[in-house]
Design a protein around this ligand. Structure first.
Ligand code: MEV
Length: 436
C-alpha cells in the first residue's frame, strides 16, 4: 500500500520521480523514462517551467496551432491557439476565411471594470453601519494609496467602494464592494492586495472608537470576483443573406433561417445551450491558454454570465432583418497582456507578439472573435452536413497514430478517406487491408 509522504516538496526532482516510481509503478523505470523524455534539453527553459508550480516532474504538451486570415475591424490577424481537440483550429481557420470575404469581424469593448469584495458579518443596525461606512470611506481608500499609485499612473486604480447590505441572502452578511480598472493587467494580485488592505483598515478603524452600538464587523474573507459582467466585449459578423451561400450548395435564406433557429434553440434550452457555449469556449480557451491567461477564471465568469437572467442560455445571438444576416455575442473577459505568465513563458510572449502585442482590451476583442468564429463553424456544420464528417476527417490522424501507422500508411489512408467516410471501424479496417 502507498505510504503517506512528508516534506515531499523539499525532495529534489529526481527524488520525487523515484518516490513516484517506487510507489505507483512497482519500480518499473518506463514511467521515469517517459517523464524525462518530456524534459526540455535547454536546462534554463526547463528550470523556468519547473518553477511555475510546486512539485514539477515533467512537462505536459499541448499542440500550439495558428489560425490565419482573421479580419478584425479591418486588420488581419493570425490567431495562436493551444488546444488538443482535432477540429478546432481547422474550424476557426475555415470560419475566418469565410468571413474575410464578407466584411470580417467587428468588435467593441463595452466596459472594462472588475470587482472584488470584503465579505463580512455585522450583527448591529444596518443604518449605523451605513453611516459609519460613509465616514470611513475616504480613509479606507486612502489606506490603499501605496498599492494603487503605479496603477493610477497607468490610468487604472480603484473606481468606487460601496457598502452592500446582503442580509436578505444570509443573516448579518454585508460586503464592501470595490470596483477596479486594471488596464492591461488581469489584476488579480492588485485587486486582492487592495481588498486585503481595505479589510485591515476597516477592521482597525471600526475597532477604534467608531460608534457601532458595541457591534464589530467580522471579516470573513477578501477576494476578487471572477464574475465580471462589467468587463464585456462584443464581437459580430453580418452580411447580406444572399452572400451566405456555401459553395453553391445551400441557399443563403434557407441557411440563415436554419442557423437562426439553431441559435434560438440554444437560447431557450439549457441542454443545448451548454453544448453551444462549449463550442464557443473551444475558441476562447485555446487563445486564452496560448496567451498565458487564466482559463479557469474566464470559464467561470463566462458561464455565470450565460446564466445571468436566471436560466443558462446561449451566449451568441442571430437575426435576419431586411435581408441582412447578423450573428453576435457579448462575453465577459478579464484578461492581462502584462504581468503573470505573459512576461515569463516564451511561447506566450511569441503568441502575443504574433498578435501585435495587444492591449488587454484588444486581446478581449481577438478572443471574442475566436469564440464567435468557432460557434459559427459549429452551427454551420450542425445545420448542414453534420459535424462528424469534418470532425472525423481531422480525427483520422489520431486513429492512425493509435495504431502506429507509418508515414506511407498514413499518406495512403488520408488519400483513401478523401472519398470515403471516416469512422473508427472504417479506419481500422482500411489499415488492416493495407497491411495485409
Ligand atoms: C465540439 O467540441 C463542439 C460542438 O459540440 C459545439 C456545438 O455543438 O455547437 C460541435
Amino acid at each position: 500500500m502507498q505510504k503517506f509522504v512528508s516534506g515531499f516538496s523539499k525532495f529534489t526532482k529526481d527524488e520525487k520521480i523515484n518516490w513516484l516510481i517506487s510507489n505507483y509503478f512497482s519500480g518499473n523505470l518506463d514511467a521515469k523514462i517517459l517523464l524525462k523524455s518530456y524534459w526540455n534539453s535547454d536546462q534554463k527553459l526547463q528550470k523556468l517551467h519547473d518553477e511555475f508550480i510546486e512539485n514539477t516532474i515533467s512537462n505536459f504538451y499541448m499542440p500550439f496551432g495558428i489560425a490565419p486570415n482573421f479580419l478584425i475591424n479591418g486588420k488581419v490577424y493570425t490567431i495562436p491557439m493551444a488546444i488538443e481537440e482535432s477540429s478546432v483550429v481547422a474550424a476557426a481557420s475555415n470560419a475566418a476565411k469565410f468571413w474575410m470575404t464578407r466584411g470580417g469581424f467587428k468588435t467593441e469593448v463595452l466596459s472594462t471594470k472588475k470587482i472584488g469584495h470584503v465579505h463580512f458579518l455585522f450583527k448591529g443596525q444596518p443604518s449605523s453601519l451605513q453611516s459609519c461606512f460613509k465616514k470611513l470611506k475616504s480613509q479606507l481608500l486612502a489606506s490603499t494609496k501605496p498599492l494603487t499609485q503605479n496603477m493610477e499612473q497607468r490610468g487604472g486604480g480603484i473606481l468606487d467602494l460601496k457598502l452592500i447590505d446582503s442580509t436578505k441572502k444570509l443573516p448579518h452578511y454585508f460586503q464592501l464592494e470595490a470596483t477596479f480598472e486594471t488596464k492591461d493587467a488581469m489584476g488579480a494580485n492588485f485587486i486582492n492586495s487592495c481588498l486585503e488592505q481595505i479589510a485591515d483598515s476597516f477592521e482597525q478603524l471600526t475597532n477604534s472608537g467608531v460608534d457601532l452600538d458595541g457591534h464589530q464587523p467580522k471579516i470573513v474573507m477578501r477576494i476578487l470576483s471572477n464574475y465580471v459582467p462589467n468587463c464585456v466585449v462584443r464581437a459580430q459578423v453580418s452580411c447580406p443573406v444572399s452572400k451566405l451561400t456555401l459553395n453553391g450548395h445551400f441557399d443563403g435564406q434557407e441557411f440563415a433561417e436554419k442557423f437562426i433557429q439553431a441559435v434560438r434553440i440554444a437560447e431557450v434550452e439549457p441542454y443545448r445551450a451548454v453544448t453551444h457555449n462549449k463550442g464557443i469556449m473551444n475558441g476562447v480557451d485555446a487563445v486564452v491558454i496560448a496567451t498565458g491567461n487564466d482559463f479557469r477564471a474566464v470559464e467561470a465568469g463566462i458561464h455565470a454570465f450565460a446564466a445571468r437572467h436566471g436560466q443558462y442560455s446561449s451566449l451568441s445571438h442571430a437575426s435576419l432583418e431586411d435581408g441582412n444576416f447578423k450573428f453576435w455575442m457579448d462575453i465577459p473577459l478579464a484578461l492581462g497582456t502584462v504581468g503573470g505568465l505573459t512576461s515569463l513563458h516564451p511561447m506566450v510572449k511569441l503568441a502575443l507578439e504574433m498578435l501585435g502585442n495587444p492591449s488587454a482590451p484588444q486581446l478581449m476583442e481577438i478572443i471574442a472573435v475566436a469564440g464567435l468564429a468557432q460557434n459559427f463553424a459549429a452551427l454551420r456544420s450542425l445545420t448542414t452536413t453534420g459535424i462528424q464528417k469534418g470532425h472525423m476527417k481531422m480525427h483520422l490522424l489520431n486513429i492512425l497514430n493509435q495504431f502506429d501507422a507509418n508515414e506511407n500508411e498514413k499518406n495512403q489512408l488520408i488519400d483513401f478517406f478523401k472519398t470515403n467516410s471516416v469512422s473508427h471501424r472504417a479506419v481500422v479496417e482500411a489499415l488492416k487491408n493495407l497491411r495485409n
